[in-house]
Design a protein around this ligand. Sequence first.
Ligand SMILES: [Zn+2]
Length: 462
Amino acid sequence: MDFTKRIDEMKDQIIQSTQEIISIKSVKDKPKENMPFGQGINDCLEHTINLCENLGFETKNVDHYAAHAEFGHGEEVVGILAHLDVVPEGDNWTYPPYAAEIHDDKIYGRGTIDDKGPAIATLYAMKALKDSGVKLNKKIRIIFGTDEESGWEGINYYLQHEKAPDLAFTPDADFPAIHGEKGILIFDFVKNFKSTPENTGIKILKINGGNRPNMVPDYCEVHLLSDEDLKQKVTTYGKENNIKLEVVQQEKITIIKSFGVSAHGSLPHAGQNAISQLIVFLNTLDLADGDISDFIKVYTDKISMDYYGESIGCGLTDEESGKLVFNVGVINLNEEKVNLSINIRYPITCTDTQVYDGMNKELKGTGIGIVEIEHKNPIYLPKDHELVQKLMKVYRDFTGDHSEAITIGGGTYARAMENAVAFGPLFPDQPELAHQKDEYISIDDLIKITKIYANALYELAK
Ligand SMILES: [Zn+2]
């Protein structure tokens, strides 16, 4: 039987399985017994294992940190690395984020494109190959990670306890094949405020905004004490600069709310940073002199709305992967201290030391220190690597698009093991919806990627 035809036959099942998995809110939560990432993720993991068993695959739950499902024989294993966790849904969805409603032939919901839809697509690609009875010489195994959006504890635990596949792809980025990924740094800028601000001028009490370093924040607010009514200033500034700011007066305290547009931290230009635009505005006010106003000034000078780290000494770039990308994700500022969480994607041929050295130079004398939190090295496979070549051939034959393999700033599970690359699910002309409101996958694309993945698995495992 032709496995592509088998996918057409299973269309309704593929849609239904996608809807079911989207309806489980698998955002990382407080750990419980046998649920290292909380109830939601564990429910999703167990649901997926059941689905795999119903589809006729052998499964293994690796101590609730991850799971796999497999079929076939052979010494070698072709792997698929997918993840079941999602980032928080954020605000302002047109349709409910966990209802998986279908509108205009699109399934809406958190995780539809990142990464539950593609997880279901690859799973049914396996099912189609299995049902078709084509001869394969390798095992095919899908691995479900559970903590991709934060610490990768799930996949790392898995790879410490299970042998890694011999080669793998992860359906968690873009088409065509991705042969390189930038280095990723997460760190905090911290400063303790020692001086009390002068009595004249506007006094900042606190600033809070953002959820995650790897997301462009869509909301930030400042609480301040001001003798002056700021309404007119805020409205005029917002209009002139085309940004959304709002003022609320709560007795003596003035609250200014800043609304941006969230996006993936690797694509800050696709969003609008609610923290940065608010800080830049604050710098135009007559602030009380002191450590806090100094910090606001440094932020405006060195970060502002710059996505490429150029003003803060790390504007690195290379031919293979382009510019370094800089995203401020979270701010927590009070009268004692500030903590600013930042996510950088640096070019493939550069190093983390270059990035930190550049920033340290610019921050000298500002009282701002850097606390390093996470580092993922860049990865790179040459374009003529067997894995890249085979995936590119499948993609080109299927789509007729003859573009070259690409590099990205996103960090995928491809970094978790040797011989892995990211492959799909987003096509080159499609908008990036991961980590944004109104995330969706069109039903046509869901079926199309299932077919591409089935062809890819066949090429890799035959
Ligand atoms: Zn993802």
